[in-house]
Design a binder for this molecule. Sequence first.
Ligand code: ADP
Ligand code: AMP
Length: 214
Amino acid sequence: MTAIVLLGPPGAGKGTVAEILVEQGFEHVSTGELLREQIRLKTKLGLEAAQLIEKGLLVPDGVVVGMIHSLFDRAEKGKKFLFDGFPRTLAQAIKLDELIAAVGGTLSDVILLECEDEVIIKRLSGRRTCEKCGTVYHITYNAPASGDVCDVDGGRLKQRSDDAVDTIQKRLDIYAERTAPLIGYYRDKGLVHVVDATLSIAEVRAAVFERVGK
Ligand code: ADP
Ligand code: AMP
């Protein structure tokens, strides 16, 4: 089993970049998407997580690690995981190392998508997501062919409730406080590869592909 971590602030483009690596056989694991699935299913976990997500706060480490743990339990040999939005705290990063070690796997790369706050605010406030298939668009930078309808399956495009301006700022503060320290943690292991995420979608995808897509 090998794994790659996509690290970077909310809105840097992790999910957008992940799409091309899925074509290379990676399983895209977005903890945010797994949590939103639980919210859609109205499970107990989902209802509890929704209250925190709505406010831009992190869900407890144990909840997120539990979801990742269950993926490892059923992963076959040769599996390639692409983690997006996980880990987000040092405790989660240490747990991920333990889970990988326990199955004799390798964390091969940490791709750091660097992007300043001004750019992120523009990206997140214009983000739209298909309510059926989850495809991500932007009203200006990556617009669908027609109106607020998904190109893939005609689903309705929605704005995420945590993409409200006040909540974006809260999420950026939490990233700086809780997640940015992971850059040092992974740098010490020689795993970090920095990509300038302010470039166009095509350029960012090309830079990431150059590093891990072949
Ligand atoms: P993350 O997964 O890091 O939260 P997303 O991939 O959802 O970020 O991207 C956030 C928003 O920015 C989306 O609306 C997406 O279409 C847009 N976006 C992503 N990458 C770029 C880019 N390189 N240039 C312009 N817009 C981008
Ligand atoms: P994302 O889709 O990655 O932007 O995540 C949306 C929200 O889900 C975050 O703002 C957090 O509230 C929650 N979340 C996602 N991943 C994690 C994680 N690894 N740890 C804690 N909370 C998370």
